[in-house]
Write a protein that binds this ligand. Sequence first.
Ligand code: BGC
Length: 448
Amino acid sequence: MSNSDNIAALAGKFGPDFVWGVSTASYQIEGAVDEDGRGRSVWDDFCDTPGAVLNGESGAVACDHYHRFRDDVQLMSELGVDAYRFSISWPRIQPDGSRIEQRGLDFYDRLVDALLEKGIQPSPTLFHWDSPAVFESNGGWQNRAITDRFAEYAHIVSQKLGDRVTRWMTINETNIFTLLGHAIGEHAPGKELGFDALNVAWNLMLAHGKATQAMRANGIKNIGIANNHAPIWPVGGRQEDIDAAGLYDIIYNKVFLDPILRGTWPLAGLIDPEVAEAGDLAIMRQPLDFLGINHYNPQGISAPSEGAPFPFDLVDVPAETHNDFGWPIVPEGFTELLVGLKAEYGDALPPIYITENGGAFNETPDEAGRVRDQRRIDYTHDHLLAIKKAMDADVDVRGYFHWSFMDNFEWAEGYSKRFGLVFVDYETQQRIPKDSFHWYNKVITSQK
Ligand code: BGC
């Protein structure tokens, strides 16, 4: 499909009130890790661990956004977005886990004002995985004491920025941080706790609940969380594949939604978190103004192969195309996910914002300096149509934040995966808007 057809198919479909945005996260773009009193984060330590991150890379410089944020906001304004989802670096605000660092708060103060000057809605996430490293000596997210620290941090930040922020998200992807960071150790803090990582999941959701309460006490109104969800597809067709997929659906999706939307724990009696206390579920289930959904692709599951560490195997779903991460491109999975959430949670499901969606497509500038990332355009086009299908089936989706605004530090993959609408030359820090940037701009304009 040509790009003008691509735009024509979307024009006007989402209506003038739909919020169009882009997403990033602090450790992935800011750099300046030693500046203005910032403390160390678990990601600084993880990146220093030999073999943890591809090519030994780190977010020490990343996109140098800390110094270049005004230029980046200018580019966002040219992109025409209504809103910008960024995250706040907890170790900039409380370097040692308690003392408040004014210079850290001032950075986000300036960023919020710069966004508002351009008419862009500031939409911060309080925590996108870079917790202050200092907590680790005390068990980090395994210790429920961190939930009170997090509520205090939410209070500090919301008090400072609450008069100007449009919407808040407490935590990014409780499930990925639990699974990759604490169950299998592929992300910081690199723990391999297996099913014991459910204690971490519990504390994250408790922290979400307490932070929401703390922000409400400051008069904050528009609060949600950014969860990662995927439809889980059995691969193999045997009954044991279907059972394994059912179990994985609980572990990946329901464990992270039932407590916050229903106040229930879907593994009750099977695996109960050791850190649980009476009343926790009621705290987790705070009324939310919206649910943020990050989605990339469906996940395939089969029954465990011999010697597998878990009672399931993660396998590929059938797909004709893949992105440069090897992730399958299956837009219909997005419709299924959204319609399925509505069917499962009904009235308990708050209005939805898509807070991340995109792909690793590693196109680089051609001789003329142009980045022809047609694959990103096609991916985004097809996923937007998939969202629209769900909206037509009565799912209340109010906005879309593309992941990502610009190429950035892709966690354990270092700089090897490019998700941006803007190309970043890490040697020179030059930004080059890709073809997808110009395309997304036209899509946004075509709705108004
Ligand atoms: C995370 C982002 C990450 C993206 C692509 C999401 O799980 O929130 O930080 O860059 O996926 O892997």
